[in-house]
Write a protein that binds this ligand. Structure first.
Ligand code: PNS
Length: 183
């Protein structure tokens, strides 16, 4: 069975990656599909997000990364997928997600939405939270893969993210930043 995991992924977080990893054990193929949404002003272009996701999922052979526009169910049908995967973090997600699943069901009876409960440790995590922390100079090293943290720090021109106050370990300086400092 082929499953689509649609979303904005601006940027992909460890919470998304946890869902992708778990889904890859349940389905023959998982397609992570980035929506090309002209109504949003993303931090990263679709191409940057595709690269970020590809790099983060290269260890999962049955995970493919793609972009789409228009309706998710149409894209799913085009890919001969039967399932849409969505994560649920809290009851507030459930309301929105249930409405989306019902809407999609009116558009195609062939496509089922499967909800996966987010792992406890990521129940607070969203792309928006990551961007907000980074924008105000906080460390996001515990929330996204290292290469994405670097991309985000660069976007916000944050050369020295502050230590996370609840972290017991000092976060080592980013590689290319220490090179810049030495120069
Ligand atoms: O990561 P997000 O922003 O929560 O993902 C939302 C997404 C992309 C899954 C949703 O907005 C979507 O499916 N958009 C495509 C348009 C569509 O199919 N709309 C009908 C369902 S409401």
């Amino acid at each position: 069975m082929i499953a689509i995991y649609p979303g904005s992924f601006d940027p992909i977080t460890l919470g998304h990656l946890d869902l992708i990893q778990r889904s890859s054990r349940l389905f023959e193929q998982v397609i992570v599909a980035v929506l090309r949404n002209p109504n949003k002003m993303p931090l990263f272009s679709v191409e940057q997000r595709l690269d970020q996701i590809r790099l983060s999922t290269e260890h999962l052979p049955n995970v493919k990364v793609d972009s789409f526009d228009g309706l998710t169910v149409n894209y799913a049908q085009m890919q001969q997928a039967q399932v849409l995967i969505r994560g649920l973090r809290a009851v507030s997600d459930f309301e929105v997600e249930l409405q989306m699943a019902h809407t999609n069901k009116t558009l195609s009876t062939q496509i089922e939405t499967v909800f996966l409960a987010t792992s406890n440790e990521y129940s607070f995590l969203s792309s928006s939270v990551v961007k907000e922390i980074a924008r105000f100079g906080g460390s996001i090293d515990h929330l996204v893969p290292p290469h994405i943290a670097l991309d985000i720090y660069q976007c916000y021109n944050q050369k020295s993210p502050m230590l996370n106050p609840i972290s017991t370990e000092a976060i080592p300086p980013l590689k290319n930043i220490s090179v810049e400092r030495e120069a």
